[in-house]
Design a protein around this ligand. Structure first.
Ligand code: NCD
Ligand code: ZN
Length: 341
């Protein structure tokens, strides 16, 4: 059995920097034509010049013969001015601004503690139609980690969208039924869905031993949320699109007393999404989710070339090189039912 689809794009990706790029860039470019590249480096990518320099480092790591178009983003910091937004909006390489609530996730300490002072900047985004990509979790220590996404919708995102109805918002890596419902209730917004949130629920991470390679943020939730995500991703609804949130960390940073959040999925993401869609009897919707909805939302042309998936079991490597160390793949050492030719 074969499935040919328009070449997909990844609308949420962490490529990291330096020597890691020689692994992460080809691992994504093998499958995806474009990717929205996250700016959470140290220091954060907060200016157009920094984004363009980072883009050049990414392209320098692209092997001859491969094609890949990195779509850059800026990190929203308290110093992000309306002028920076206007410059980004008119740049041909920058496609959005990423909001990290301060302390919410990996390399988010430069993020935003309170949106109060950011209104002029956010107004400039609403005026220019420049997308705000949102990590949707509160960081309040009194809020249980499994509730942080749902509380963020009520406390932060809903008031923001009421205040700035023209703001173009993408809620990234949604993990809850509440987020699915929120997105559907706001038809102008978009949302990305990772493959690991479609494949796993929190029991997989915690019930038969603790699985550090399934630890990501927002954290895996209970079964009913996974079911809602599967329904949304396979529904064909144009607001939901593929974003792997592939987020590699050195193995020693994952298997640690205080392990980092993030799953490395890019090398096998499309094959895994195909498994999820097939299990729902919805393989015919994979192309809409993976190749059309994101491009349409960002107002970019759909890709013209195709890729072909074949129903042949393939083994997933356990490790990939990662600078001077290694990164472990999600489901490494196991098999996947589809292969990309
Ligand atoms: C991401 C990372 O490692 O950069 N980690 C993750 O668990 N998803 C950051 C993020 O997207 O939250
Ligand atoms: Zn991410």
């Amino acid at each position: 059995m074969q499935l040919t689809l328009t070449r997909p794009d990844d609308w949420h990706l962490h490529l990291r920097d330096g020597a890691a790029l020689t692994t992460t860039v080809p691992d994504t470019a093998r499958t995806f034509n474009r990717a929205i590249v996250m700016p959470n480096l140290r220091p954060p990518v907060a200016t157009v010049d920094a984004a363009i320099e980072y883009r050049q480092r990414i392209l320098a790591a692209l092997p001859n013969g491969m094609t890949f178009d990195p779509l850059m983003t800026l990190y929203l910091t308290p110093d992000s001015s309306p002028t920076i937004i206007r410059e980004a909006a008119s740049s041909e390489h920058v496609y959005g601004v990423k909001l990290y609530p301060q302390g919410a996730t990996t390399n988010s300490d430069a993020g935003i503690a309170s949106l109060d002072g950011m209104l002029p900047t956010l107004e400039a985004m609403a005026e220019t139609g420049f997308p705000l990509l949102v990590h949707g979790e509160v960081t309040d220590h009194s809020i249980d980690i499994f509730d942080r996404e749902a509380v963020f919708l009520d406390r932060t995102l809903d008031p923001l969208m009421q205040r700035l109805p023209d703001l173009r918002v993408i809620l990234e890596h949604i993990t809850t039924k509440e987020s699915v419902d929120f997105v559907k209730a706001n038809p102008d917004m978009g949302a990305t869905i990772t493959v690991h949130h479609l494949m796993y629920e929190r029991n997989d991470m915690l019930a038969s031993g603790i699985r550090p390679h399934l630890y990501c943020l927002p954290i895996l939730k209970r079964r009913l949320h996974r079911d809602a995500l599967i329904e949304a991703a396979t529904s064909g609804t144009s607001q939901f699109f593929l974003g792997t949130d592939s987020a590699p960390h050195a193995i020693s940073d994952k298997e640690s007393d205080c392990g980092c959040a993030g799953c490395y999925t890019a090398p096998i993401a499309l094959e895994l999404y195909a498994e999820v869609f097939e299990a729902q009897g919805k393989l015919d919707r994979l192309e809409t989710f993976a190749s059309f909805n994101g491009a349409d939302f960002y107002g970019l042309p759909r890709n013209t070339e195709t890729v072909t998936l074949t129903k042949t079991e393939a083994s997933i490597p356990i490790m990939r090189p990662f600078g001077d160390t290694e990164v472990r793949l999600l489901r490494g050492g196991e098999t996947v039912a589809w292969s990309l030719s």
